[in-house]
Structures are given as structure tokens and as C-alpha cells.
Design a protein. Sequence first.
Length: 158
Amino acid sequence: MIHVTYGSQHINRLSLLESKINTGVPDSRLRWLFKFTNDMLGTVKYTYGVVSVLNDRYVANRIAHGGDNVYTSTLDFKPFGYWKYEVYEVSWNDNVIIDEDHAPANERTVLIPASNSKGVVMGKVHEGKFYVTETDGQEQVQYTEHTESTTNYLYTNN
């Protein structure tokens, strides 16, 4: 399970190359499309992670909190709580370009007409749970603690 606090930049380290589907392209021509589904509402959100580390052991993808945008690696993880995440491998035969003309927006998108500069979703390579907690001091429900006093008050209806 991945645990993040809302408002912080999130970097996940997942062993995505273990499940690599398209072995005919170098690792540098792969990106990963993340699909998040909220457990409570069923809300579905997509984004590409920004790859910061790519090695044999793991791939580090950065996702920032912000407005929902598939192509800029930003998502608004509200409501807080548990999300299911799925990771899809997307491969390019040419240079990787993450925009609406060159990268699929979800796991079912096929970009037409096909070309080497357009990404193709190869399939799901990883899934798990994602838990988002509220930012400290900005919780939706806040409690005020009152200290005990030695004075007792008696209220009456007049």
C-alpha cells in the first residue's frame, strides 16, 4: 500500500520493469499511465507519472497534488481515503511525448492514425491500494479541546 498526505508531492517506487510487456523497445521509451479509483465514490482519475529514476530495481514516478490533468502528472486526490491504483505500460517507437496528440488518455484509448510518435497502451503491469490522508491542521473534521475548569455552572430555564 502507498500512503501519502494530501498536498505533498508524491513519488512512488514500483518494480514496473519486472512486468515489462513490450520488450522490443528500450526502457527509455516507456511511460506508465496511472488509473486511480476511489473506493467510496467510484471516481476514476488518470495521470502519467514523471519518471525521476529508472533502474533495474524500481521505477520512481512523481505525481503532484493539484488540478486533474492526465498529461501534467497532477491529480486532486479528493475525497480523502482509500483508492485502488492500476498502472498501465505505454510504449513509443520514437521519442516519448506526453500530450493529448501523442499519449493515450486512458487504458482504452487508441490514437488514430497510428504512428511511431504515438504511444500505445500495452497492458496492466501493476496494481495496489493507495491511501490519502488529510493535510495536518486542515482536516475536514476538527475538534476543539477545552481544558477542565474548577467552576461549575448551573443553567436554568426562566
